[in-house]
Design a protein around this ligand. Sequence first.
Ligand SMILES: [Mg+2]
Length: 268
Amino acid sequence: MDLKKIRLFLFDMDGTLYLGDRLFSFTRPLLDAIRQAGKTYLFMTNNSSKSVGDYVKKLERLGIPAAYDDFITSSQATADYLTANHPKVKFYVCGTRSFKEELSGAGVLVCDAYAEDIGGVVMGYDTELTYQKLDDVSRLLTLRDIPYIAANPDLVCPTEYGYVPDCGSVCGMIYNATGKRPHYIGKPRPEMPLAAVARIAKRDAGVCPDTTLVVGDRLYTDIACAVAAGIHSLLVLSGESTLSDVEKSEVKPELILRDCAELLEKIQ
Ligand SMILES: [Mg+2]
């Protein structure tokens, strides 16, 4: 892979551009250098509990100016998938208020109470989960054979004290009750990076899978989604993964660097 030929950079955020609430010193110079070269970067996240607006605020707080169009999220990719594959279907959505707004804003028919005309179920990372929602989803999936989609497969989400259950864990509860498993959208599935390539290729004809690079710190999500999408991959060791994880992993990145400071050196 020739890094100088890359025109679209898809960045994982935590562990790649910052750690928790600490921005890495090289992040701003790297993002500026990509823009100055006339190239594009997007922030790519599996977290379907926050809206893009929430992420814009978080990045601005850390000192990175960001706009709505700078993101590709599992919520957006889920909306794309639903409108392309199940148009005009009314979906029961088990997710946060932000998630439901994002889907309905993209044209998905969203419903959050049990009704006879519901034609599918969507799960997000629901930090506003109630037992009523679990009951509604179980009822729908038990009584009907309908499309069942989940925004992201993560079992847990990191917090300042450890972890909390994420979308994949709640889908595990639903599986125990109904025997049904969802079609997942977020990393490690290829939908998000491919949606990003399709979106940016509309304004930069030079963007295709071969000129796109996924940069992240997790092998089983970031690197796996790049491999599944046929897109170049770069693992940085500034977050979760170590070199011994790479040796043990079946998923191998094309390139490994200490952090994005090294990426900045190589693209200049
Ligand atoms: Mg990460």
